[in-house]
Design a protein around this ligand. Structure first.
Ligand code: HAM
Length: 436
């Protein structure tokens, strides 16, 4: 019988890899709480109409990439991103009536039927956040600065921040006209996809990877030439804040993003790790001051971002975390097995991560197991130790082995692991602080 395999572009995260994931998630949760964000969890499935309205009909995501299905009488879609669901939840629970501003973060799987390649998957995880009720530009700058700090915690090399302003709807409409006017006489030079986009969503042509499109837009007008006074003041404010914070950034007048809901501030953050290749965009975000009203709610300004967790892992300079437990309890023979279990329980009560080798086996094979687990300490318990009420404590780093009463063994194990700042309590280590 042939083995069943995972769906193309949807990957398992095996226990060997999960430590790296959990470390990034813990660092993210810490960053979020330092900035006053609280976690929200919304469903993975939403009504299809939510994404069509929020993201826009003429976007790649809605046109080609959604996993949509009909179930009984409902048209449903696996969420391709988190902003639309967060905005829906914010409106559904009338949060705007309860507090003037809300800072929400989320993490979880998203689904897009894209062509899988390194850093681009059909199920991927995003770490995201949204601020509702703050028109900026102060919080826009804080968000970008926070992300630069977070990527620094993850030791991402070559962080590059690109910012742009799309202006409000009037500017967007003027710019769209200007772009169509510029590109229409050059339509024959565009790719077939962009010729179609010229009628449906001309801004997306700026984002095309096709060399013909890139050549055609090289001298096209830019959005910044068309910003009105209020939009320009907003963008100037963002840049002033970033300058004063000393946050490095570059204005990219051609930056547009694949989702239609953006207004004013737009940003992307790239990393330069070799492993990233074409997927070098780690974070994308921006302001969407009109979306909530378009979803039927009040006019609430909003800004947010999302980072691809898999891409953060590819782009981070951190070594994978090491050990799975700190201590192995190794019973030699049937008679020692129950006592080994109770020693394991006592160690864990003291906050020590520990495995009892319940399969027993030879001392040699149990020491091999300790090595595989990355355990530093081994508590050995044979028939003679059992009879005398003692244990052998083997320290694999110090290369020592001593026979002692169990109480003394517990104390020594706690002391040595504390001194080496290994586990002993359950707090996740700060990124980069853990032992290899
Ligand atoms: P996005 O640019 O579509 O924005 O996605 C944000 C990030 O998710 C990307 O920069 C990338 O790291 C990751 N990502 C996207 N697609 C894939 C994929 N197929 N495989 C792996 N990673 C991927 C959003 O999703 C917006 N909701 C961000 C936002 C929040 N804007 C305002 N609030």
């Amino acid at each position: 019988m042939t083995l069943l395999r995972a769906v193309k572009g949807m990957n398992d995260v095996l226990p060997d890899e999960i430590g790296s994931w959990q470390r990034v998630e813990a660092a993210y949760a810490r960053t979020m709480s330092l900035h006053g964000f609280r976690e929200v969890r919304t469903p993975c499935v939403e009504p299809t109409g939510l994404f069509v309205r929020a993201i826009g009909e003429a976007t790649d995501v809605v046109e080609k990439e959604m996993y949509s299905f009909r179930h009984h009488d409902e048209d449903l879609t696996l969420r391709p991103e988190g902003t639309a669901g967060a905005a829906r939840a914010y409106l559904e629970h009338a949060v705007h009536a309860k507090e003037p501003t809300s800072r929400w973060w989320y993490s979880g799987p998203m689904f897009r039927a894209e062509r899988p390649q390194r850093g681009r998957y059909r199920q991927f995880s995003q770490l995201g956040a949204e601020i509702f009720g703050d028109p900026g530009p102060g919080c826009d700058a804080e968000m970008i600065d926070m992300l630069v700090g977070f990527l620094g915690d993850l030791r991402v090399p070559g962080v590059e921040v690109l910012v742009n302003s799309l202006g409000g709807p009037a500017t967007r409409a003027r710019y769209r006209d200007a772009l169509v006017q510029y590109l229409t006489p050059r339509a024959a030079e565009l790719s077939a996809e962009s010729q179609r986009r010229l009628a449906t969503n001309p801004l997306r042509i700026l984002d095309s990877k096709d060399a013909r499109d890139q050549a055609a837009v090289r001298d096209a007008p830019t959005m910044s030439e068309l910003l009105d006074d209020a939009d320009r003041a907003h963008f100037d404010g963002l840049r002033r804040h970033l300058d004063e914070l000393g946050t490095p950034y570059r204005v990219d007048a051609r930056l547009v993003r694949g989702l239609d809901y953006y207004t004013r501030t737009l940003f992307e953050i790239k990393g330069a790790h070799d492993a990233l290749g074409a997927g070098s965009t780690l974070v994308g975000g921006g302001r969407y001051d009109l979306m909530l009203a378009e979803l039927g709610g009040p006019q609430v300004p909003a800004i947010g971002f999302a980072a691809g967790l898999e891409r953060l892992l590819l782009g981070s300079g951190l070594a994978p975390p090491g050990h799975a437990v700190d201590t192995l309890v190794a019973p030699l023979g049937e008679a020692a097995a129950s006592r080994a279990l109770s020693i394991g329980r006592e160690l864990r009560r003291k906050g020590i991560r520990c495995e009892v080798d319940t399969r027993g086996g030879s001392l040699k094979s149990q020491l091999r197991r300790a090595n595989t687990l990355g355990a530093r300490m081994v508590v050995i318990l044979g028939d003679s130790e059992l009879a005398e009420g003692v244990v052998q404590v083997k320290d694999l780093e110090a290369r020592t082995q001593d026979r002692m009463p169990i109480e003394q063994a517990l104390r020594i194990i706690v002391d040595r692991l504390m001194a080496a700042s290994r586990s002993v309590d359950s707090r996740p280590p700060a990124p980069g602080q853990e032992k290899p």
